[in-house]
Design a protein around this ligand. Sequence first.
Ligand code: SAH
Length: 288
Amino acid sequence: MPELTNINYIKTLMNQYHFQTSKSLGQNFLINPSVCPKIAEFGHAETGFGILEIGTGIGVLTKELAKRADKVVALELDEKLFPILKETLSEFLNVKIIHADALTYDLHQLIQEEFQGLQVAVCANLPYYITSPLIMKLLEEKLPLKTITVMVQKEAGQRLCAPVGSRESGAVTVSVAYYGKAVKLFDVSRGSFFPAPNVDSSVIQIECYAEIPWRVQNEKLFFQIIKTGFSQRRKQLAGVLAGNFSIPKSDIQEIFQKAEISPSVRIEALTMPQLVELSNSFHQYLFL
Ligand code: SAH
């Protein structure tokens, strides 16, 4: 069988199975042969691991994962890819492909049923239209994941991996930093895909905390503060929060003072420990 990064072979397969790529499903298949082995190796595709993949395409990454890991379970939304996958992955007995939308699938149950006795990691060349909601789903559901290694649009990667407390940070930066440590692994040019998208990409990795190290008293409130604060990131945080939570000015001053944070600060300047302190100070004011 020719390599799945061979563009002529991809076109032959597509003709044979009357398959056309869909823009709305984010279908850009990897054709640069050096990328998938690298994702697999960085992403813990190795003995003792079960890998969850999101979006198989014609199976180019799936194959590299299956060569190395004990087991691969992949979710793919496009039913039209299944006859192709049956051919391209026929030699692998440790791969299971499920026809499902990754955004709504019960991943706790999947992990429990499919990966007994294995450590679990996520590897994917993501469909970019679901990047943020999917990463947030993986993190918020507190799945027992060691790492999440994903291809994302370059700008999304910069935001995901920005230091908390920097101008490049956003609500998603803080949310990811709450659950783990995100780093960029390497860039991938648009020419590495078929069809070529009109953006460049990066592969990033989130190393998930086995136990969340931040002592947040009220997670819901913490994320509400982050969301509200970043929705008006250029304004002074105290004013933004006073308005949103309907808290009198003098009380807001006190809440900030207790957290040892200046009320005139912008949210993008605060570090993770400061955001934790602030949210706990809010919690004490609102609920205790
Ligand atoms: N991993 C392959 C394909 C990447 S393209 C490669 O690198 O070549 C993204 C894939 O995600 C496509 O196959 C697309 O059909 C699939 N996809 C899109 N939305 C999805 C969703 N909500 N759930 C699962 N898969 C999805």
